[in-house]
Design a protein around this ligand. Sequence first.
Ligand code: MCN
Ligand code: SMO
Length: 768
Amino acid sequence: MSGRAAYIADLAFPDVLHVSILRSPFAHARITAIDVSAARAHGGVVQVWTGADVLPRCGGVMARMELPGFVPTVQPILAHDIVRFVGEAVAVVVATSQAAAEDALELIDVDYDELPVVADIASAVAAEVIANEAVPANLVYRGHRCQDDVDNDFARAACVAQGRFSNNRVSATPMEPRGCIASHEWTSGQLTVWSATQMPSFLKTMLAIHLAFPEQRIEVITPQVGGGFGQKAHVHPEEILVCLLAIELGRPIRWIEDRRENLLSATHAKHQINEMAIAVDADGRFLAMRNRSSTDGGAYNSLPWTHLVESHVGASTLTGPYRIANFNDESLSLVTNKCPIGAYRGVGWSAGHIARETLIDRAGRELGLSPFEIRRRNLVDQSDYPFTTPTGLVIREGTFVQTLDRLEQMVDYRSFRERQTAALAKGKLLGLGLCVFNEVSGVGTRALSFLHTPVTTHDTATVRVEPTGKITVTTPLVAAGQGHLTTFAQVAADAFGVPLDDVTVLAGTTRNAHGFGTVASRGAVFGAGTIGRAAEAVKVKIRQLAAHLLQTGAERITLSEGRVHVTGSPEQGMPLADLAGAAYFADATHPPEFDPALEATAAFDPADVVLANGGHAAIVEIDLETCLVRVDQMFAVEDCGKMINPMIVEGQIRGGIAQAIGMTLLEELVHDGEGQLVTTTLMDYLLPTSVDVPDVQIAHLETPSDLVPGGVKGMGESAMISAPAAIIGAVNDALALVGASVESFPASPQRIFDALQRASKVDAVPAL
Ligand code: MCN
Ligand code: SMO
């Protein structure tokens, strides 16, 4: 660590102009007049634009899904006529300093006529008020993944567990907020954009389309990114605005938002309500599941994920790794006068998993089965493969029962229940929660289509053996903290049998290669896939040349320990550097028709869904005095196939668990009835800190994928898919001791207090 990392805010350009964006103070209003004359006259101001200036240059960000009945929306780059959420961009000032831009912003005078506001899911469904007139009845999409008849199952069930789970709206809150710099060279016609994005190639193509600009003259450069977590996996209107200004003014334009803007107007996430029920027979076997979920999607569809990223995508894996024969679901994606909903680690899966696992525990309690036993009776196992879930996911492999067994040992279940009883006598509520999950990882074309997100994707990578035998890899995958430079170098080093230091990975510019982005836990799968395939293609030539020089067959050549040699006899061969030198400089050594380019570009897109799996367990304690929940212990079992780098995998697990603690216990973007965001600072929006996160015990299982070179599966989102459910399960296990439960999140002290007020078994605890 040298401390020399350069983020957007660190990039220095001579002649750069700074941008400040005026944002709507109202959730829904008509703009009747804007006066920018005082701002234009302010010292240092170079340009002021409103929606009327931008509209002829770009009609807005259009997001759609090619699904029948889907209602697309267009989010203007700067609002014109109407604003639809608090924080929507209304005007922009460009000035020679950030201070001048911000001062001038205060001089802009906007007249608004307030309109009625759709502030929550209930009023969106009622549709007496319309949040965005492009969307009739406030409904972007009504999805049904499964329409099985479940009435009979519910009628004959020995136990029906049901609930209505309200998830909180949260923000991915990357440490570095959104930002970009655009520079347009009028001499060359080149547009260069430095953006803290997770999807550089996608951004390049979208800029070409939205700016009507020649794509071959656009380069997107991604410097260090201070966390993305899905929030930077979108094309944000501000990025288009900054490019338009750079083209117009011929000077580099820099935009970096502050924390308040980030909380107001970067995408929000996870805001859905799940009304779920599970029918269980007397033996504890699941018969059917029913779910109706509604997403509070905000005023516009985000590009590219749209409102469907929440409950609609969530529905696709809602039955998880359980043998549930019949499933009936409906998901409503609704517009409201709020900031658009977007991707955030674990996307639509987090909320549904909380509901499902809480209900499984509830059924277990009713039937007298331990949380491990009821899951064990229902998990898909070896003998079921291939198992097709009601939503059409084919489970070919996985270690669900092993995961559960492992968690049971790690938790030491028997002794936990003893501790729980002893604690109760002292007035303390301890609880244990579990979740076992599937992760649709390494998302490519097949997985996107399974998730009803009809987009096709592939990535490419280039591998070159340099004349001195060193290796250069170029990849389109950028890291926001996932450590790709290390793991991708490992992939190439292993492929060529050379030390890690001999490999350099070039990432961070769209000049390198094409790819969809670092999203949907696809880095490991696409990195291993593209680099693995490109390396194989180069190795074919290396083997061909070596076989010629060593007078043997190409199939008998091995690369290991920096040498190219006859398999089984390392001394019969040469250093890779010598072979590379021969390829580049010694034409006379080449076999006939030899192509000496020790370089290959390969594409990869897995032939099917790459399904990873695992589970989490949480032990929490509720303090009856303060109603605070403390997470005492966390356990994770991860099966992401072959691990490239266990330390990085464990880092991903720990980071995701920290976010899960934030999502379930602390974080909430609170809006008032007028759609005003109340939590606009990190004093109000509570992020977890190190004192909230316990040490995490981690175990690994490794079921290699035969769909991906190297057998890897992805895992970057796993902890945010499943740990929230384990934590809420633990809170509800503790509350069950006194006959209480929470179904609204986060499980804040107020909500715990309210739950305890409603408790039916108060005499169970001396302190209550
Ligand atoms: N890995 C491995 N062996 C495996 C699987 C993964 O060594 N079998 C390594 C990979 O090589 C990579 C890391 O673990 O270095 C994560 O890999 P993967 O699961 O493929 O996820 P991605 O690289 O695609 O990262 C995206 C994922 C997502 S979608 C979100 S959201 C998220 C996450 O990563 N955002 C993050 N983790 C994050 N971590 C940080 N620090 N910052 C973010 O913004
Ligand atoms: S939410 Mo991750 O960028 O798929």
